[in-house]
Design a binder for this molecule. Structure first.
Ligand code: FAD
Length: 495
């Protein structure tokens, strides 16, 4: 659709102020996607993304309210945009959509040192929020790898989880209350109390709703005094199963180290080849808080690891990880120069099923022609189970022809031809292998990245009757389906 053909743009400019409405291609292209790696490959191979009709940069709550009321009256789609670091295609507007950019709403509203809460506008970047807290002597304890790229409101919308979740919890454990707007512009505000039994939680409804039920404008999170001490240690295990068993025992004992991260043999070789023996698996442990408690936690973890025959590698591997933990791999380098199709997929299951999830997913990935990496680490653990974070990488084999595929008996899986159809099929094949492994073993297809577009094929199977409940809530709160259509809820087209 050409911009000139959009009749409502002038009215929108009058409503919120012309300066907040961008229609230039550069602004629209910058807000037309997130970090979803399939979209990245499409752009790399010359497929331009659909640009939204415009981007509105909200500066205050009343801008969000006005845009929603305006869009609701005209049936225009609205796609909330935090910082664009989502990895599942949650931000992928259609040609007629308004992208509602919240990045200018980034004020720290209050740090309440008595109640240990901090209130912040939704668009502030995670690193800026944590930095402001640190200056006042506090931390939120939420450290996603995308700390420098993601917004504090996006964390709620995607139900995020950080690297220190075993001590501080994931975002649902940290959120105290929020303010936002429903599709028709109605203000939504939940209450700032430590807990309440007055009915189901509206916070829970908004958590993970990926911009489809409400636009979040500010959030109040729990905060913690800065830790007195950090203590860390790494162990080398004979194999992944033995390491997972030690992690299970640590969590079962009620010990709460902030970091509990176990790499399989492939990832151990990639990250710790200089300290760990080939074929072994490295576990990273870090405790923080009151000095004596942090030391005691590591002491108790060490006992469990030693009983499992693990080798003490000292704190070095943890320090090495801490230095690199917010680094982002150079995607263009990997995709362009090395011609690799890659992504990460995080799933979770209970301890009695997790080994099967791992084995089935790795076996499924290894069947994909051209696979050059199929690996995982356990990144977030609980007394009940753990999250497995898989990484796959596929490189088009040199022998790639339709005849070769026929000989291998995999003709139906991929079509030969241009790179992009090959990439799409190989990419979707990897997602299918891991998601099916999770579902087959009663796990969840997503631990912390959400659904977006990429997980739509499995969403009904995962949620069962809950999906119908959520779809009914969506129909009730957004009957015209203007909020982020095509994300999370099936059967809606982006528009
Ligand atoms: C290198 C890398 C590492 C990552 N590591 C982690 C990690 O460790 N843990 C983790 O949980 N995630 C991680 N992610 C994923 C991503 O950072 C999170 O999903 C993050 O929470 C998204 O925040 P955002 O502000 O960038 O959201 P966006 O990408 O802008 O949006 C994501 C979704 O939320 C909606 N949305 C955004 N803001 C709002 C709002 N204010 N109101 C309503 N809806 C909104 C959007 O419409 C979209 O559907 C990583 C991503 C990358 C690229």
């Amino acid at each position: 659709m050409s911009i000139e053909a959009i009749s409502w743009l002038d009215d929108l400019r009058k409503l919120v102020g012309a300066g907040k409405v961008s229609v230039d291609s550069e602004s629209r292209a910058a807000r037309a996607h997130d970090f979803w790696l399939l979209d990245f490959q499409r752009r790399l191979h010359g497929q331009a993304p659909t640009l939204p009709a415009c981007v509105v940069k909200a500066e205050k709550d009343s801008d969000v309210e006005a845009v929603l009321k305006f869009a609701q009256a005209r049936g225009i789609a609205v796609v909330p945009f935090g910082a664009g670091s989502g990895v599942v295609g949650g931000v992928r507007p259609g040609a007629g959509a308004i992208v509602l950019d919240l990045s200018a709403m980034k004020r720290l509203v209050e740090i309440n040192e008595i109640a240990l809460t901090a209130t912040v506008q939704a668009g502030m970047l995670g690193k800026d929020f944590e930095c402001a807290l640190n200056c006042a002597g506090y931390s939120m304890g939420h450290f996603p790898q995308s700390m420098n790229l993601s917004s504090v409101g996006g964390w709620v919308a995607t139900r995020a989880s950080g690297q220190f979740s075993s001590k501080y919890g994931s975002i649902e454990d940290m959120l105290v209350c929020l303010t936002g707007y429903l599709a028709d512009g109605t203000r939504l505000a939940t209450r700032n109390v430590p807990r309440s039994s007055t009915g189901p939680s509206v916070n829970e409804l908004v958590l993970g709703s990926e911009g489809t039920l409400a636009v979040v404008t500010d959030v109040t999170y729990k905060i913690h005094p800065l830790p007195e001490k950090q203590t860390s240690i790494a162990y080398q295990f004979a194999d992944f199963a033995v390491g997972l068993e030690a992690v299970r025992k640590i969590m079962r004992a009620g010990i709460k180290p902030a970091l509990v991260r176990l790499y399989d043999a492939v990832e151990t070789k990639r990250h710790f080849a200089d300290v760990a023996q080939r074929g072994t698996c490295v576990l990273l442990l870090l405790s923080e808080g009151l000095a004596r408690l942090a030391d005691l936690e590591i002491f108790e973890c060490a006992k469990i690891c030693k009983q499992a025959g693990a080798v003490d590698l000292g704190p070095g591997p943890v320090h090495h990880w801490l230095e690199k933990r917010f680094q982002i791999p150079n995607l263009s380098e990997l995709a362009e120069s090395k011609g690799v199709v890659f992504d990460t997929i995080e799933v979770a299951a209970n301890w009695d099923r997790i080994h099967n999830v791992y084995n089935d997913a790795i076996a499924g990935l290894n069947k994909i022609p051209g696979i050059v990496n199929a690996s995982a680490h356990s990144s977030h653990s609980y007394a009940q189970g753990t999250c497995l974070y898989f990484t796959f990488a596929v490189k088009k084999p040199k022998w790639w022809t339709r005849q070769a595929m026929c000989l291998l008996g995999v003709e139906g899986l991929f079509s030969a031809g241009d790179d992009l159809p090959y990439i799409e099929q190989v990419y979707n094949g990897c997602w299918k292998a891991v998601s099916e492994a999770a579902l087959k073993n009663q796990g969840t297809i997503s631990h912390h990245h959400g659904v977006g577009k990429v997980r739509l094929p499995w969403i009904e199977r995962e949620l069962g009757s809950s999906y119908a409940v959520l779809a009914a809530v969506k129909r009730a709160l957004d009957p015209s389906g203007i909020l982020n259509p095509g994300t999370f809820f099936k059967g809606e087209e982006t528009r």
